[in-house]
Design a protein around this ligand. Sequence first.
Ligand code: NDP
Length: 249
Amino acid sequence: MTSRLANQVAIVTGASSGIGEATAIALAVAGVKVALAARRVDRLTTLSQQIQDQGGTVMAIETDIADEVQVRNLVQKVQTNWGQIDILINNAGVMLLGPIDGADTEDWRRMINVNVLGLMYATHAVLPVMKAQKSGHILNISSVAGRVVQPYGAVYCATKFAVGAFSESLRQQVSSDNIRVTIVEPGVVATELVQHITHAETKDMAETFYGSMKTLDSEDIASAIVYALTQPAHVNVNELLIRPTQQER
Ligand code: NDP
């Protein structure tokens, strides 16, 4: 099935760690030319080398997804170099959990700018390319937090609910252009995500929660992404909700 992806071109945002990194590797193994986007260029360089060593085709592009100009440059660079964009994986995200009362509102701006606006900028920038091609697949990483509201997740959940709403409207708008839209909603995945929480007490709680179960690995989500991408062109997997077996809610 992965042979369906050979020679396609993908952009993976947030490719410098976790789910994005695992997805970039899985796509490269399937023969996709992969553009890696994130801010930590050292991590992207190491990953590029790893993919190239395994025979893959890759390009690393330093991008702050919250900066619309940088996102436009990312898309333009990929289109100029490879002449097409078949897949956009909108994966970059931050989860700065904490109580509303007394919150550092800079955390809120970061989450909204990256999780929501960044995903929208990238979508906006690739759409003209995909519409002209009359094909494409935009895959947005939401979360269980886009379906279920959790304590200390007010703003993070709001951003992921926004991803769900945006994705469904997008799907309805571009279906006639033969463009597919999928949202993937992971439960607990062992990545760096929790390490960036700035509210110390909430970070401890999140670490305890993550430590309470056999978590998913990034590769588990990458497999789900490859599943959605490798369906025949007339099949649009709209939504995938994936929890660890031991995660209750
Ligand atoms: P990581 O922290 O490992 O990865 C997050 C990625 O996002 C990094 O590559 C980071 O790159 C990138 N990123 C953050 N800010 C920016 C920015 N301003 N510009 C560009 N890239 C940025 O976490 P995960 O792999 O877990 O997270 C990936 C996605 O999965 C997120 O959307 C997250 O919400 C979602 N998710 C994760 C779950 C989990 O339990 N881990 C559960 C449900 C959903 P860099 O810092 O180099 O810019």
